[in-house]
Design a protein around this ligand. Structure first.
Ligand SMILES: CC(C)(COP(=O)(O)OP(=O)(O)OC[C@H]1O[C@@H](n2cnc3c(N)ncnc32)[C@H](O)[C@@H]1OP(=O)(O)O)[C@@H](O)C(=O)NCCC(=O)NCCS
Length: 431
């Protein structure tokens, strides 16, 4: 049995078949996603499988005869760490029919997604998902999700009133009057400006996951959220992804300057006040909107919210990150001797040696179990903590305080594995 792309379909227990999805499955997949999630998920799915960069190969189904009983989708992502860009995968739109739960179908689909991800050269996987579940498939919480913070009602009213006054003045002032910024729905023509705004917003983060081109296209057609742009003098100067419903949520805000950030918030506050909805905005620390809005907002809830990360092969990830690690070593002025000739990381069941070569690190050499890396001036890092160590907000200093299975030379560890600031743009909004 073959399927598009020559990927063989897999026979599962009970005569079920796992295969790449096909156009004839569209309605059944949509119905399943709607039944187990939201109607918006069916729209998101259609946008993925009809996109030229992703297409039907990005989605798998399990069928019981002619009935689709489970589905999952793998999106292509890129994770930037410093100046290294890592190809990555994101599993999305996972659903199993209630009639077929607890039979290993989600597990089988995760296996499909991870095989496809490896074939596409992904170095890691990042995702948002229901709590705990994905840890069963090699994921671990690693990257903090930026908090959504409420705009107090009186502040929203003040902002909205200010925006309305500016509108009246602008309208009454005729040709020579002040230019009132215009908030409108984004169109295809805005995509380059939207991407530029996000690039600028993410530039200051150590770790960034931008929207790939396929996602930008999908976001224009998505029903779960809407893309808005703020125009000033005919140019796009701010943007946001807005989700109404359970209050007005402003996600992925970006602005070119303080005035654009203020005008964006005022215009959105106007909408929230007019519809009687509370307003929350995602706080992107250190960005133009983050700095501009911070003082106005309620404090963030301190409950942990994190993206999941999966590292299929630490050697591949460490190899890709060699330039970043080398720059940190040079900046800290650690010579080969200080490191014992190599950066050694043991995940206990295996170990990884990056020999010091000139100003850099040579290719990763993989070895077997190593219980005591400290003897070789190496680091012990539990495999499920490696993602948090390399991409997370605690760094070595924070992790070693929390976890007995993350240890090593303190000075070297703090210099080579500093806390990372991160900004992730995902299809599904985690708030
Ligand atoms: C969550 C869901 C995908 C699980 O599908 P499933 O086919 O029943 O899962 P599997 O049978 O493959 O279970 C795999 C493992 O997860 C465990 N498990 C199943 N549901 C779980 C849950 N909600 N939380 C924690 N563990 C769970 C199973 O016990 C099994 O463990 P084991 O392999 O060690 O025995 C399915 O219940 C579903 O579609 N729910 C509604 C939609 C949803 O939540 N989608 C995920 C969005 S991120």
């Amino acid at each position: 049995m073959a399927e598009p792309g020559d990927r063989p379909a897999r026979m599962l227990d009970g005569g079920l078949v796992l295969r790449t999805a096909a156009p004839a499955d569209l309605d059944q997949i949509g119905a399943l996603l709607t039944e187990r999630g939201e109607a918006d998920d069916a729209v998101d799915h259609r946008l993925v499988v009809t996109d030229p960069d992703l297409g039907w190969g990005a989605c798998a189904v399990v069928v019981d005869g002619s009935q689709v009983v489970a589905t999952a989708t793998l999106l292509d992502e890129a994770v930037r760490v410093g100046d290294v860009v890592l190809p990555a995968g994101q599993v999305e739109l996972v659903a199993v029919a209630t009639s077929h739960e607890h039979r290993g179908l989600a597990r089988a689909l995760m296996g499909w997604a991870h095989r496809r991800s490896a074939e596409r050269g992904h170095v890691l996987q990042v995702m948002i998902g229901i709590p705990y579940f994905y840890r069963l498939f090699g994921y671990e919480y690693a990257i903090d999700i930026a908090p959504a913070r409420e705009v107090p009602h009186d502040a929203a009213e003040r902002l909205a009133a200010g925006a309305a006054r500016a509108g009246e003045v602008g309208a009454g002032a005729g040709q020579g009057g002040p230019v009132v910024p215009l908030l409108r729905e984004a169109t295809t023509a805005d995509l380059p400006a939207l991407a530029r705004l996000q690039e600028a917003a993410q530039a200051g983060f150590d770790v960034a996951v931008p929207h790939p081109a396929a996602r930008w296209r999908a976001l224009l057609g998505q029903s779960a959220s809407a893309l808005r742009v703020l125009e000033r003098d005919g140019a796009v100067v701010a943007s946001a992804r807005v989700r109404p419903g359970d209050g007005l949520l402003v996600a992925e805000p970006a602005a070119v300057d303080e005035a654009a950030a203020r005008d964006l918030l005022a215009a959105l506050a106007g909408e929230a006040v007019a519809s009687g909805e509370p307003l929350s905005v995602v706080h992107r620390a250190g960005t133009v909107t983050g700095r501009g809005w911070d003082a106005l907002l309620e404090p963030a809830d301190d409950a942990a919210e994190q993206y999941y990360l999966r590292i299929a092969d630490p050697a591949v990830l460490l190899d890709a990150l060699r330039p970043v690690l080398a720059r940190r070593r040079v900046a800290a002025q650690f010579d080969a001797e200080r490191l014992g000739g190599a950066l050694l990381i043991s995940t206990f069941g295996a170990h990884y040696r990056l020999p010091v070569v000139g100003d850099g690190f040579g290719p990763v050499e993989t070895g077997g179990p190593m219980q005591g890396p400290g003897v070789h001036r190496g680091f012990g890092v539990a495999p499920d903590q490696l993602g948090a160590l390399l991409l997370g907000g605690r760094g070595f200093a924070g992790l070693r305080r929390l976890r007995p299975d993350v240890y090593g030379d303190r000075e070297v560890g703090e210099a080579l594995f500093p806390p990372q600031t991160a900004d992730v743009l995902s299809y599904y909004l985690p708030w």
